[in-house]
Design a protein around this ligand. Structure first.
Ligand code: FMN
Length: 396
């Protein structure tokens, strides 16, 4: 009998057990195991495993081959070419630990962070909870991250060793807890300045429910001030590096009414942002399907996953109508399949992201989503993705 080295045996064991895994192995082994594992520990193990799998050219090649989605739905937005419209959402890789892993999983782009100017531990643990029957998560991480200085050092090392990532790198900017709300613009702008040369797109996140009063910054004057500070950095750094300015997006909360939504979208648009991400997690709660879920939904924090799906798709629809389809929308919230993704495209999203879907469906989600969109395009007679975007608002 061939004896496996302990590390290889561990990898094979984990391959069946980690939450990014797919297919039969996932449904037979991973789900029951995940149900009893601490959510944050499971997440951190999955990232470690992903890093390990892509550190060796042979296993990296296998992962790439296994998860490769269709390459027939590329899209260009805000001057950037994406090999497909589906990316990893913020929060999944807060410390930028698995960049090569995301590339190998077939994604069109990856968003790291939220990153704050200062290093911070985030809220005390446990702070991430799973409601499996409802395919929902509740988290109150509170921007745990190494801070902008350390991330800049780490990205510098990564770029020196591996070169520029093969897919666009988005950077999610958060506000440090210690920074007063009135000084928020400095906090966002400093992080952007430190990370400018590494990021292809920057996201102003004023919608996390887990930093006290952060959502107040969605208000007109505060948001304007943050956008202006980030745009100033963008201009200076672009001139310094003799490059084009980076697109800047604003990520919004799903817990705003229509008037607030219109105001935020108008502020972002009229102050020169390049698009809107809808949406972050919600503070609202669905009906629990069990007593276990009731406990999860009673936790403070933001809810993501399937129960957020319609709320976020409706927001996309509203923003598309408010802007006559002229302002790029990035759709995120409850994408668990190609069908879910298609609904967001038809509602008006040009690009899509997911977090919770990867936890519940595994790493094959990208393939399901990208191939699923392509199939729907063909069924509906569209030859490019651009033709499908916002089609629910037209009589095509
Ligand atoms: C554990 C966790 C951490 C998150 N951290 C961030 C973050 O730092 N910044 C941010 O803009 N969104 C963050 N999000 C929100 C996601 O990016 C996404 O907007 C939300 O989860 C809805 O998508 P989903 O239903 O596909 O998970 C986080 C979500 C989760 C579950």
């Amino acid at each position: 009998m061939r004896i496996l080295s302990p590390i290889r045996a561990q990898v094979l064991k984990n391959t069946f057990h980690h939450p990014l895994n797919m297919g039969l192995g996932h449904s037979i082994f991973a789900k029951p195991l995940l149900a009893v594992q601490d959510s944050e520990k499971a997440h951190s193990r999955a990232l470690k495993l992903l890093r390990f799998m892509v550190s060796n050219p042979i296993t990296r090649g296998t992962v790439t081959l296994l998860y490769k989605p269709s390459n027939r739905i590329p899209i260009s937005k805000f001057g950037i070419d994406f090999r497909n419209p589906f990316g990893i959402a913020a929060g999944m890789d807060k410390k930028a630990e698995a960049l090569r892993g995301w590339e190998s999983l077939g994604l069109g782009f990856m968003e790291i962070g939220g990153i704050t100017m200062l290093e911070q531990l985030g809220n005390s643990k446990p702070r991430m909870f799973r409601a499996g029957k409802s395919k929902a998560l509740v988290n109150r991480m509170g921007f745990n991250n190494p801070g902008s200085e350390k991330i800049a050092i780490q990205l510098n090392k990564h770029f020196s060793k591996h070169g520029q990532p093969k897919i666009p790198l988005w950077i999610n900017l958060g506000k440090s807890k210690l920074t007063e709300l009135e000084d928020a613009s400095d906090d966002y702008a400093t992080t952007m300045q430190r990370l400018w040369k590494y990021g292809d797109v920057f996201v102003i996140n004023v919608s996390s429910p887990n930093t006290p009063n952060l959502r107040e910054l969605q208000k007109d004057d505060d948001l304007k001030k943050i956008i202006k500070a980030c745009k100033d950095v963008n201009k200076t750094e672009a001139a310094l590096h003799k490059m084009s300015p980076r697109p800047i997006l604003v990520k919004i909360s799903p817990d705003v009414d229509d008037a607030q939504l219109l105001a935020i979208v108008n502020t972002a648009r009229s102050n020169g942002c390049n698009g809107i991400i809808a949406s972050n997690t919600t503070t609202s709660r669905p009906e629990a399907k069990s007593s276990g879920e009731r406990k999860v939904f009673a936790q403070a924090g933001g809810l993501s996953g399937l129960p957020l799906q319609n709320q976020s798709t409706e927001m996309i629809s509203k923003i598309y109508k408010m802007t006559n389809g002229e302002f790029p929308i990035i759709g995120v919230g409850g994408i668990m399949s190609g069908e879910d993704a298609w609904q967001k495209i038809c509602a008006g999203a040009s690009l899509l992201q997911a977090y919770s879907g990867f936890v519940f469906q595994g790493a094959s989600l990208t393939k399901q989503v990208v191939n699923g969109i392509e199939k729907k395009m063909r069924q509906n007679g569209y030859s490019t993705l651009d033709q499908a975007i916002g089609s629910a608002h037209r009589d095509d």
